[in-house]
Design a protein around this ligand. Structure first.
Ligand SMILES: [Zn+2]
Length: 311
C-alpha cells in the first residue's frame, strides 16, 4: 500500500507539468462524466445518450478492490462535471489521491458532480458493531458489489437521470426517455430469462467472494459457503477443509468465481468434491470473449451461464 501511494504521489507531481493527454479533452457541449467502474459507465452512457461523454477508470476484468488507477485520469477528473463511484470504500485505494490531484471542486464531497452511487442502494452486509480493518476485511462499510442485482441497476439509472437533469435541465426529456428505454431493455431481458431463474432458485452454490451476494438475492441461489474466510482474505487450508465438508453435506454443484482469483485453488476443491468451477464476469467487459459489453448483456450472460451449470 505504501509503495502504491508513493508511486501515485510521484505520478501526481508529474501530472502537474505533463502535457494534457487526449483523455483530458472531452467533446465540447456535453456533460463530462467520469465513473470508477465500467458498469457505472455503461449505465451513465445509456441514460446520458449523446448529451454526455463518459469514461471509466477501472476495467471490468480487474479486481475492483485493487485497481492501480492511471494518473492520466487526474486530467480527466480535472474537467469532470460528474464523478460517479461505487462507494463503500471500494475505491479507497486510489480515489482520495486522484480526486485531490484533480483540484476540481465540482467532484469533491458536497460538489454538484460528486455522486456516491451507494447512497441509493439497500446495502447488504453492513457491520453492526465496530469495524475491524486489521483482519483484512475489504468490505468494512458493507458489501459494495450491488450492481449485480438488476433492481440496483435500475436504481443506478434513476440516480444518473436525476443528476443529469439537475446539471443539464435542457436535456431533461432526453434523459427521462433514455432511462425509461434502459429499464425497458432490462425488463425485456428479465422476461426472457425467467425460466433460468426458476432453474437457479434454491440451488446450493459456493462463491469465492461475497460479491455474488446481491446476485443471489436476485436469483435465489443459496450460497452455502465462500472460498474466502473473509472478503479479501485468501482461503487457508483449514477453511477449505471446512468448506469441502459443507459442499458434501449440502450437495453444492458449483463454485462461482471472478476471472481474477486463483482458479487452481477452486480446481483443487473441485477435484476433491466433484463441484464445478464457474468463472463469471462480475462487470461489463469482465471476461475476454464473453458477450458482456453492456450491463443488460452482463446480467443476461451471468444468469444463463449459472442456470446452465445448475441444470
Ligand atoms: Zn469485494
Amino acid at each position: 500500500m505504501i509503495r502504491k501511494t508513493l508511486t501515485l504521489a510521484a505520478a501526481l507531481a508529474l501530472a502537474a507539468w505533463a502535457p494534457p493527454a487526449r483523455a483530458a479533452t472531452p467533446p465540447p457541449g456535453r456533460l463530462n462524466v467520469v465513473t470508477s467502474t465500467t458498469d457505472l459507465a455503461d449505465i451513465a452512457g445509456a441514460v446520458g445518450g449523446n448529451r454526455v461523454s463518459v469514461v471509466h477508470i477501472s476495467e471490468g476484468y480487474q479486481d475492483p478492490h485493487f485497481v492501480e488507477a492511471k494518473p492520466s485520469f487526474i486530467l480527466r477528473l480535472r474537467n469532470a462535471d460528474v464523478f460517479a463511484f461505487v462507494g463503500l470504500d471500494l475505491e479507497i485505494g486510489w480515489m482520495p489521491l486522484l480526486v485531490d490531484g484533480a483540484r476540481n471542486p465540482k467532484i469533491r464531497q458536497g460538489g454538484s458532480g460528486y455522486l456516491d452511487v451507494s447512497q441509493v442502494i439497500p446495502v447488504l452486509d453492513r457491520a453492526s458493531g465496530n469495524v475491524d480493518r486489521s483482519q483484512g476485511d475489504v468490505h468494512p462499510m458493507g458489501n459494495p458489489h450491488y450492481w449485480l442485482d438488476p433492481e440496483n441497476g435500475r436504481r443506478i439509472a434513476r440516480l444518473f437521470r436525476d443528476r443529469f437533469v439537475q446539471l443539464d435541465p435542457a436535456g431533461a426529456a432526453a434523459y427521462r426517455a433514455n432511462e425509461t428505454a434502459f429499464e425497458g431493455r432490462l425488463n425485456a431481458a428479465e422476461t426472457a430469462w425467467r425460466a433460468d431463474l426458476a432453474t437457479i432458485r434454491g440451488k446450493p452454490v459456493v462463491a469465492w467472494h461475497t460479491s455474488w451476494r446481491y446476485f443471489a438475492e436476485y436469483n435465489g441461489m443459496s450460497i452455502v459457503g465462500f472460498m474466502e474466510p473473509k472478503p479479501g482474505v485468501p482461503p487457508s487450508a483449514s477453511h477449505l477443509a471446512g468448506l469441502m465438508a459443507t459442499i458434501r453435506r449440502t450437495g453444492a454443484k458449483v463454485i462461482v468465481m471472478e476471472p481474477f482469483y486463483d482458479r487452481r485453488t477452486a480446481d483443487l476443491v473441485a477435484s476433491r468434491t466433484g463441484v464445478k468451477v464457474l468463472v463469471l464476469p462480475p462487470s461489463v467487459g469482465g471476461l475476454r470473449g464473453a458477450p458482456v459489453g453492456d450491463y443488460v448483456s452482463l446480467m443476461r450472460y451471468d444468469v444463463a451461464q449459472l442456470a446452465a451449470a445448475l441444470r
